[in-house]
Design a protein around this ligand. Structure first.
Ligand code: ZN
Ligand code: FE
Ligand code: FE
Ligand code: ZN
Length: 264
């Protein structure tokens, strides 16, 4: 069974295509299920790459339209929520605003003003050692896992997006995050989005996935599609990778409950 739970809509301002086009592409590629996960709104204007709170009803309408037009394709409702320390209450409020199937926890911000995957902020990498940036990123990921707000975590080593990476064994950076994911019982994404970025690698690294498998952390494969043709992007590669590591199951979510299904 294969499905794609990480897909965006034009409401975030940097994705294209109506959800119906994503659904059509999913059917074309033989996916059995999909889910939308737009960047979560904030109570007030926060940055320029998420849906506005006033657009939230339109988000629900978009997903409803795709469901109506593809009645045989299960279409789940999710959100990709930024983990921001101190803003946990807002995520809980959002969870009450619709019948969500899952919340994806994502770390983009490693400080209140640095979204580490933002190409417009590449100069910031010169301000501090790569080791420090990585430590901050994985500390935030650990807190995201521990927060209990999310069903699975997005692109677990997004910090490598532009190719910045400490030398040597990276496991010391991963360890606390993996332990926290295991302890919290959340799942994690294996995302093919990294293949479309400068790093040209799946998120997370194979070593991260091996360490996750050792801890019995559930996984799911997603594309982080920001355009219809990116739905199910390079899923064959992600399936081979997780199978090679030992995974035989992936996770589905319905009404924020996890269900394990055999890997397609
Ligand atoms: Zn995005
Ligand atoms: Fe993201
Ligand atoms: Fe995304
Ligand atoms: Zn994303």
């Amino acid at each position: 069974m294969l499905f794609d739970y990480h897909m965006h809509t034009p409401l975030c301002g940097h994705a294209t295509g109506h959800p119906r086009e994503y659904a059509a592409e999913a059917v074309r590629k033989g996916l059995q299920e999909i889910g939308f996960s737009e960047h979560n709104p904030m109570p007030a204007k926060f940055d320029d790459w998420r849906m506005d709170l006033s657009d939230f009803p339109e988000y629900l309408r978009f997903v409803g339209e795709a469901r109506a037009e593809f009645p045989k394709l299960p279409i789940r409702l999710g959100l990709e929520c930024d983990y921001l320390p101190g803003k946990e209450g807002w995520i809980r409020e959002l969870a009450q605003m619709a019948d969500f199937d899952y919340f994806i926890g994502a770390v983009h911000y490693i400080t209140p003003d640095w979204d580490v995957d933002n190409p417009l902020k590449l100069a910031r990498w010169k301000d501090q050692p790569v080791e420090e940036v990585w430590a901050k990123y994985f500390k935030a990921m650990t807190q995201a896992a521990q927060s209990g707000l999310f069903d699975f975590l997005a692109h677990p080593d997004l910090v490598k997006k532009f190719g910045h990476r400490p030398k040597g064994d990276l496991r010391p950076y991963y360890r606390e995050t993996l332990d926290a994911i295991e302890a919290a019982g959340v799942a994690m994404e294996v995302s093919t989005a990294g293949l479309r970025k400068e790093v040209m690698e799946i998120y997370p690294s194979k070593i991260f996935i091996e360490e996750a498998f050792r801890r019995k952390i559930p996984v799911l494969i997603s594309s982080d599609a920001h355009a219809p043709q990116e739905v199910g992007y390079e899923f064959d590669r992600a399936v081979s990778l997780v199978k090679e590591v030992g995974y035989r199951e992936v996770s589905c979510f319905r009404g924020r409950k996890r269900v394990a299904v055999p890997l397609g």
